[in-house]
Ligand binder design. Structure first.
Ligand code: COA
Length: 526
């Protein structure tokens, strides 16, 4: 029976993975066939090939926000016209930020800005040099409300550049196309700029805008060409003959940077997990009401499948313990049911230990929330939950979150939700998250409505109630989906469970090279 169930689970999971890989394929393509052909005809290299040239041979490339903006902008595929990710250049981990000029001229939509800023936040936190391959017409003008006026809009990209530069985190730009307005400020705010002769342009206003604004008629080359900027304005520092040459110069510039910092945490020989990681597909049911056996999942993820469990007999709806991932030590917090007062107390104690021992925290979130009801309230669950949140939020060790199942309400938040700025946050394709589950939301709203209707002395038939509930459920399901979280950048991406170990190993390596600040906990309500 179990074997049969496992097969059903695996078939369903592989369908989810097929959908994920299809979306990734669309992201990798960038613009339409026609725009890509136009780009190649201009003897320019496509964005992903540019990145490949920039990275060391065989370097990993951990992409952030791969599916950002999916389905949000007409005629724009997933990715929002920008590729961001971490890879090795001259054996130094760098943040690569690259416009895709085949997507609306590499212009910035709201999600493009959000993705660019997120890449910079990651780079700042991990002190990674940024190499920006600029090929952008600046703002996508119709979307100005989402890119221009607010904090974390276009200006934030400049602010992060300045902040990183002032902290000695290198900023290198390669100008590969016509960079207008905001697209010109990005390289102008970098430490060093490479520009391609005859292809790279930088100007605050292009020839048409200049003519409209001042009446001056000037061609692109004289207004902001590579020769002009390299010989006259001094805006750029290195003149390249073509895309390939420019990227080779950028690699040379990275070569001149100081070496990568050494890791500050110990790493032992990594060991494969006790069970194949692909067994996870077999363990997760397509029926979200069937709980996932968390301990079995941990055997598929952790080195040797081993964990020194902490308080295994107490608050057992949360599993906590010390383990290794790719040889790096981690403190694991993994849900195995609803959070009770005891599980919250245990989490608080465990997080305190990890902070004292400088152990990064790994949250594996699959939680319907905190327990509700009279017993729970009398037991002080609000104060225990507050302690958990205080500990998690105050912790200054690196934090990583993977949403491995349904992660709802305050449970989602306590398991290091996005607001608590985990170093990175990913979701598995089966992952879901919302304020509450679809059924609970529909039932809660129906109860409120029934109460109001009956207070007026009217009646509400079960059929009417169901007609009211169905669209709420549907809306909650669409909202909670991993793809929805990924396209809004509420997570850094969707991971095939089989990619989780490799991704976390890389992230732990990056985090180990940055000194942890000491943790100062907020007040723990007793
Ligand atoms: N806002 C909105 N849409 C823009 C845009 C902008 N700033 N710049 C370009 N686009 C759109 C074009 O309308 C076109 O859309 P379509 O595919 O639906 O026809 C698409 O992006 C590609 O532009 P196109 O001019 O055909 O491509 P190109 O590779 O020849 O040139 C640019 C790209 C960016 C150099 C050129 O479009 C340009 O100079 N744009 C104006 C840039 C500008 O003035 N920005 C000011 C921002 S404050």
């Amino acid at each position: 029976m179990q074997a049969e169930e496992h097969e059903v689970n695996e078939r369903a999971y592989r369908r989810l993975l097929d959908e994920l890989f299809e979306a990734r394929q669309a992201a990798w393509m960038g613009g339409s066939d026609a725009t890509r052909k136009k780009h190649l005809k201009r003897h320019r290299i496509l964005v992903r090939d540019r990145i490949e040239l920039l990275l060391d041979e065989g370097s990993p490339f951990l992409e952030l926000g791969e599916l950002a903006g999916e389905g949000m902008y007409k005629g724009v595929g997933p990715g929002a016209g920008l590729v961001t990710g971490i890879g090795l250049v001259q054996q130094k981990a760098c943040m690569i930020i690259a416009n895709d000029p085949t997507v609306k001229g590499g212009t910035y939509f709201g999600m493009t800005v959000k993705k660019h800023v997120r890449a910079q936040q990651f780079a700042l936190q991990h002190r990674l040099p940024c190499v920006t391959l600029v090929d952008s017409g600046g703002a996508f003008l119709p979307d100005q409300a989402n890119i221009f006026p607010d904090d974390n809009h276009f200006g934030a990209m400049f602010r992060y550049q300045v902040e990183m530069s002032s902290q000695g985190i290198a900023q290198i730009a390669v100008v590969l196309g016509a960079c207008t307005a905001g697209g010109a400020y990005i390289p102008a705010l970098c430490d060093e700029v490479v520009i391609v002769r005859g292809k790279g342009f930088m100007y605050l206003g292009g020839p048409q805008l200049v003519q409209a604004a001042t009446g001056e008629i000037v061609d692109a080359e004289h207004l902001g060409g590579a020769e002009m900027h390299s010989r006259l304005s001094g805006v750029t520092d290195h003149l390249a003959e073509d895309d390939g040459h420019a990227i080779a110069i950028a690699r040379q510039l990275v070569q001149e940077l100081p070496p990568m910092a050494a890791p500050l945490r110990d790493r032992i020989q990594a060991q494969p997990p006790a069970r194949p990681v692909t067994d996870i597909y077999r363990l997760i049911s397509p029926n979200s009401k069937i709980p996932t056996p968390t301990r079995e999942v941990l055997k598929c993820l952790l080195d040797a499948g081993e964990m020194t469990e902490f308080k295994s007999e107490f608050g057992d709806t949360l599993i906590t313990g010390f383990a290794r991932m790719g040889g790096w030590r981690v403190g694991v917090l993994a849900n195995a049911g609803v959070l009770f007062t005891e599980s919250a107390i245990k989490a608080t104690h465990f997080i305190d230990l990890c902070c004292k021992r400088d152990i990064p925290l790994l949250f594996l979130a699959d939680v319907s929330g905190f327990m509700v009801g009279r017993n729970a309230e009398e037991g002080g669950i609000a104060k225990a939950g507050a302690r958990f949140i205080t500990a998690m939020s105050s912790a200054r060790v690196p934090k990583f979150t993977i949403i491995t199942g349904g992660s709802y309400g305050a449970g989602y938040l306590a398991m290091c939700g996005r607001a608590f700025r985990p170093n990175a946050m990913f979701m598995w394709p089966n992952g879901r998250s919302a304020i509450m589950g679809p059924d609970q939301a529909a039932t809660t709203l129906a109860l409120v409505k029934r109460h109001n209707i009956e207070a007026q002395g009217l009646s509400w038939s079960p059929e009417e109630e169901e007609a009211f509930k169905a669209p709420i459920r549907e809306q909650y399901e669409t909202f909670a989906a991993a793809r929805n979280f990924a396209r809004h950048l509420w997570v850094d991406g969707i991971l095939d469970p089989a990619e989780t170990r490799e991704t976390l190993t890389l992230l732990l390596d990056l985090a180990a090279r940055v000194p942890s600040e000491p943790t100062q906990f907020g007040v723990f309500r007793m």
